[in-house]
Design a protein around this ligand. Structure first.
Ligand code: ATP
Length: 310
């Protein structure tokens, strides 16, 4: 274990009602990186985060948070960490500024120290001048940004973010990405869970993919793509009314692609070199074809499958 790591998780396991939610996972954050935890619904990401914060007790394994071994010293460790929980737990009866004050005081900060930080925190979150606004007057995106501002009230070196952009429109999501990039550039360390593969690709230096409580692959986005997927993807869109063209395309693709997968009416072809397949598809009219580089979503779907999890 690196003595300098802000978070070290070793052989962590936790079951609910005898069913493992987290099943013996280990990972270690490097100072200044954004580390992503990806996985389908129920994979165990939130349980992992809760154990990392000492708010859920593991059945087995160890968590060392900001140099403090949990569960002892949990409160002291949490005071040095910023958290954006999956569901906003802002106080609806308080104003924007009051929410930041109450949260900071809980961690032992003085009111004057918190008040001095509020204008900058709100500016950072795109909520400048909203100190006195009532919580109910904020949009979902504003609330999420306020939760991020709140996580920064104690100027933590480590942030644990559980799906920080779920439910946000593209504008709000881009704003949060830009702010998170600033935090990373400032040297903060981030543990991020997300269902958005583009978010993980943009923000995370390294990531772990979880399924059924286990880490099934770990590495940088580039490494994972290179390790698991052919470099080119050709998507061919079919038509439920007339399946002949897509069936023909499937026959051609199966001769040339390393792997073909039908999802709904779309055929995904994974190839090392796309030219020949694209040329063959071009001679048949009526097919819509998209050629793109392989991405993290392809890796995720290959490793965790396309079946729904709930
Ligand atoms: P999501 O992407 O849906 O947020 P997740 O990867 O965060 O999922 P967890 O919320 O950690 O997954 O859940 C892992 C498993 O543990 C699921 O089967 C869930 O139903 C179960 N679980 C989580 N918390 C509890 C709890 N408090 N009581 C009982 N079961 C729980």
């Amino acid at each position: 274990m690196s003595a300098n790591s802000p978070l070290v998780v070793s052989d962590l396991a936790k079951a609910y009602d005898g069913r493992p939610a987290v099943d013996g996972i280990s990972f270690e954050l490097r100072r200044g990186e954004c580390f992503g935890l990806l996985g389908p619904n129920g994979a165990g990401k939130t349980t992992t985060l809760r154990c990392c914060l000492g708010i859920a007790a593991p059945d087995r394994g160890e968590v060392n948070l900001v140099g403090i071994r949990l569960p002892d010293g949990g409160r002291e460790a949490r005071a040095r960490v910023g958290v954006v929980p999956q569901f906003d737990n802002l106080d609806p009866d308080f104003t924007v500024a009051e929410n930041l004050l109450v949260y900071g005081r809980y961690f032992g900060m003085s009111s004057s120290a918190i008040k001095a930080r509020i204008p900058d925190l709100l500016e950072f979150a795109g909520l400048g001048g909203k100190e006195k606004a009532a919580l109910r007057s904020l949009s979902g995106g504003m609330k999420r940004r306020l939760t991020l501002a709140r996580a920064l009230v104690n100027d933590p070196d480590l942030l644990l973010l559980d799906e920080p952009t779920t439910g946000l429109d593209p504008q709000a999501r881009h704003l949060i990405w830009e702010r998170l990039k600033r935090l990373i550039a400032d040297g903060k360390t981030i543990l991020l869970t997300t269902h958005f593969m583009d978010e993980a690709e943009r923000l995370c230096g390294r990531l772990a993919i979880m399924d059924a409580g286990k880490i099934i692959s770990q590495g940088s986005p580039r490494e994972l793509i290179a390790q698991h997927i052919e470099p080119h993807v050709v998507e061919i869109f079919g038509d439920a009314e007339d399946t002949q063209p897509i069936e023909w395309a499937r026959g051609e693709a199966e001769k040339l692609a390393r792997r073909c997968e039908m999802a709904g009416e779309t055929l995904f072809c994974y190839v090392d070199e796309p030219t020949e397949l694209l040329e063959r598809l071009a001679v048949r009219p009526g097919l819509r074809v998209l050629h793109r580089p392989a991405n993290l979503e392809d890796v995720f779907l290959k490793l965790t499958g396309r079946d729904l999890r709930d």
